[in-house]
Design a protein around this ligand. Structure first.
Ligand code: BGC
Length: 588
């Protein structure tokens, strides 16, 4: 699971009532939250799929690879659902040729994958002593992958850091808590530019630094599993931002003129919508939500410093806690100008939306990134929620987020680097109606954003394959391809969404109603036979899957279980207490 703060379930119905009555949206979305827009993307728009090293490669201790923090974390009991690990995962290390054939089939323009740092630098760094060497077998693996992609006219989009820090750097220095990571990361990135940069022209320094910081150093749900509440995440983020900037400058001064590539970063964020758009406090709370999420990283990179609202809130709370300085670190003037402008393109990962309302956290609450924001997150029970607990399908939020980036950061060149939806592990139905619907609607909102003038150049569906979903193990499936993890050969089976996405790609969007409406039907024709194949190959029983959209009855049931039942119980307890006291007094 990618951890998101659990929304307040008992009050979310209230939120729904408020938002239904709320008026005054942004002009550009009025009447259009649910309408479908037929049209196509600009010529040259790039379509791709994504993956990451630890989630798919397996081969965790093969061919000289060193340990990463995820290898170590996943091997500790109780950290991952069912104590699963990425030791073998999809065996992508051995099956990349098959996977490229799948991509070729889909006629993809690009493939986003990440390089495992400890696979090419087993001890994290190079050349300080003999043990610190370059693992040529790891280099060969990525060379083969890149070469085969290019042979098939698929552009490699390479992430340098998708969360798998070499364990040695964690043990010796405390990982991203330590400023020395900046130069270690720069050395690793330089090695990648040196060895692969003649062929790779799109580099992403970090994937979702919000997760690295918050889940790795605040909640501890991700590797390295530290719970340094209220300060660890801010410190980690500070070093990550500096590391990104350093790598951008290294590329700019040393490699750009020869290699002519681009350096970006992939930031992930939900959209935050005010619960009541006529309430100024909710509007500000929703803005804070996004600034603490996306702005935390985007603002230094585009404007040279943290968002004003983060500085104010964290500074004030630190003062109330009697601290001499803010828990949010400070950039020096030189650092600010060094960091500002270090993005050639912005990668954006997006999955879901929250309603947001103002909520004060008292100063005695304790240090916490979440309390610093003074807000509460809510969801609408009508939002479809097929897989991961945190992932509700709210397509219109995507367009709003894209427009937010346009207005806040000067409409940078943007690639959507992640977007997709999951289902539960037991769901073995390859006719993934929910994913087709999600892709159709989210990509359509992106199309509307392009028409709004947002500078999006490409889209990456997350993910090519079902894979290791971090602390959720294999219990959530994001893949366009189903992977049978119970079979040691890890066979891949296409879900219906493969056909559906393929049609979006070949039409470069949604040409007209008649055609688009036929896509789902055609995609479903092939998935039934794949279902049979899968059932024949699988030992267990195939389970049905649910595309959950609350109908009025379910909504009513939720209200009964979440509001009526607790209220009635509380009243019963109170009445019994009064009655008991009354009896006692009569006996005395
Ligand atoms: C991460 C992916 C993950 C996805 C879904 C993203 O932010 O980068 O690795 O699979 O969220 O949880």
């Amino acid at each position: 699971m990618i951890w998101r703060q659990r929304p307040l379930r008992t009050v979310h119905l209230l939120a729904l009532a408020l938002c239904v009555s709320a008026g005054g949206d942004f002009d550009w979305t009025k009447q259009e939250k649910t309408s479908f827009y037929y049209g196509t993307f600009p010529t040259g728009f790039s379509w791709g799929v994504g993956s990451s090293a630890y989630q798919t490669e397996g081969a965790w201790n093969t061919d000289g690879k060193g340990m990463s923090i995820w290898d170590v974390f996943a091997h500790k009991k109780g950290k991952i659902s069912s104590n699963e690990t990425g030791d073998s995962s999809c065996e992508g290390y051995y099956k990349f040729k098959d996977d490229i054939n799948l991509m070729k089939e889909m006629k993809l323009n690009h493939y986003r994958f990440s390089i495992s740092w400890p696979r090419i630098l087993p001890s994290g760094s190079k050349s300080k002593n003999k043990r610190e060497h370059i693992n040529e077998k790891g280099i060969r693996y990525y060379n083969d992958l890149i070469n085969m992609l290019l042979d098939n006219k698929i552009t490699p989009v390479v992430t340098l850091y998708h969360w798998d820090l070499p364990q040695v750097l964690q043990e010796k220095h405390g990982g991203w808590q330590n400023a020395s990571m900046v130069s270690y990361f720069n050395d690793f990135a330089s090695l990648c530019f040196e060895r692969f940069g003649n062929r790779v022209k799109h580099w992403i320094t970090f994937n979702n630094p919000w997760s690295i910081a918050v889940e790795g150093y605040e909640t501890g749900e991700h590797a390295p599993g530290l719970k340094l509440r209220g300060s660890g995440a801010y410190k980690a983020a500070h070093h990550i931002i500096k590391a990104h900037a350093k790598v951008w400058h290294t590329y700019d001064t040393k490699w750009r003129s020869k290699q002519k590539g681009l350096i970006g970063i992939s930031l992930t964020a939900d959209w935050g919508e005010p619960v009541d758009v006529s309430n100024q406090r909710d509007i500000e709370a929703a803005e804070r939500y996004i600034h603490f999420y996306l702005g935390w990283f985007a603002s230094p990179l585009f404007h040279g410093d943290y968002p004003q609202v983060m500085k104010e809130y964290i500074g004030r709370k630190s003062g109330q806690q009697g601290l001499g300085a803010s828990r949010l670190p400070v950039f020096s003037p030189q650092e600010k100008s060094y960091i500002r402008g270090t993005v050639d393109f912005l990668g954006l990962g997006h999955y879901t939306t929250r309603y947001v309302t103002q909520k004060n956290y008292p100063s005695g609450f304790g240090d916490s990134y979440f309390a610093d924001r003074d807000l509460a997150e809510l969801v609408d029970p009508q939002w479809p929620d097929p897989g991961s607990e945190w992932l509700y399908s709210v397509p219109w939020g995507f367009r709003r987020l894209l427009n937010f980036v346009k207005t806040q950061y000067g409409n940078p060149m943007m690639y959507v680097t992640e977007n997709g939806v999951s289902e539960k592990r037991l769901c073995t139905d390859l006719c993934d109606d929910w994913r087709m619907q999600y892709l159709r609607e989210y990509i359509n909102e992106m199309l509307k954003a392009v028409k709004d003038g947002v500078n999006v150049k490409g889209y990456t569906a997350w993910s090519l394959l079902d894979s290791f979903e971090w602390d959720e193990g294999f219990s959530e499936r994001f893949g366009l391809y189903f992977v049978d993890f119970s079979n040691k050969n890890k066979p891949r089976y296409p879900k219906a969404s493969v056909q559906f996405y393929k049609r979006i790609i070949s039409s470069n969007g949604f040409p007209n109603q008649r055609e688009v409406e036929s896509w789902k039907r055609k995609a479903v024709e092939t998935c039934s036979s794949s279902n049979q194949l899968l059932a024949a190959g699988q030992s267990g029983d195939a389970e049905g899957c649910v595309w959950f959209v609350a109908d009025p009855l379910i909504g009513h049931m939720e209200m009964v279980t979440e509001i009526v039942v607790p209220t009635v119980c509380t009243l019963c307890i109170l009445l019994s207490a009064v009655f008991f006291m009354f009896l006692l007094r009569r006996r005395l």
